[in-house]
Design a protein around this ligand. Sequence first.
Ligand code: SF4
Length: 327
Amino acid sequence: MNNKKKESILFLYPTYVCSSNCNFCFIDPKLRKRSNDLSLDEIKNNILYLEKIYIINQLALVGGDPLLYKDFIPLMDYLGDNYFWNLKIKSFVLCTEGLNCSSKKLVNYLSKFFISDLNSCIHISLNNFYPEDRFFKKRKQAILNLAKNKFNVRFVIIFTKNNINKIESISKFINDLFLRYYSNSTFHNFIVELRLPFNLKGDENELFVSHPDYFFKTFNNICNLFFKKNIPFTLRNIPLCYLKKDSVKILDKISKTYKKVDVNKKIVRIDKQHQLKYAEISTYSDEKWKLQKECLLCNLKDMCNGITKTYIKKFKYPKLNPFISND
Ligand code: SF4
């Protein structure tokens, strides 16, 4: 590892266990077991080691679902006492599918980390929110508990063949939630992030093989709903030129609603397999998203995250269609 201290975000995977078990998850299903949980001491030792090498002022708890980590409360107490309240770590993200936030007790406990000077946000995966399954009521209750308590939230929805027919129901739920609890809020308080699946293991993207037309109709309808209601949203690995031209034409007028994702992050990843000097270091922007040759002429290149050519080829995504004046 380089001795010079660089600013990095620490991605901590305390557990890979998750109730959702999405089939496109980039975590190998074989790893999603308790024996791959980090111990509290391992976590502490890793942070102590890494802060000698990096400036770590941002932390993300990811997984798996960190809320299912057996020592989640002791971990948060430790982070609070040693890194949050002294503002050594200034920004904190908790990525979860949220189920456990149906417990008001847990939400009350968490509120001190999310309704404070700490720049924090809870990222909630809605991939399995619809179709309604046995967890539906619990998930809904969890989201309502967070909304009622004004947590900063980012709702992440990945379009898959399992949820695509219900994606308008998800949007309606989000729309109602926004109008009821978050109207006039900023990107920092409430944002929806639409994504395509990535890290797919097979050669075919089943979403596009089975639903290309339906996806684009739905996708444009949803984006238009967000534009019209001023619901803050962002597109992760979906280029802006996948939107209909009519929507794209008004993008410059609706910067209140749409924001580019900041993907220029240097990340240090710690999990059971990558610890101390074996921590995995990566830069997001180099890996999955970048503007292409076609984008040079595009009017939207400053607002768009682009996509990789490999992606387009491998998953049969449509070609880029740069937005040029008078288009
Ligand atoms: S052409 Fe490039 S910059 Fe323009 S919208 Fe498409 S991906 Fe984004």
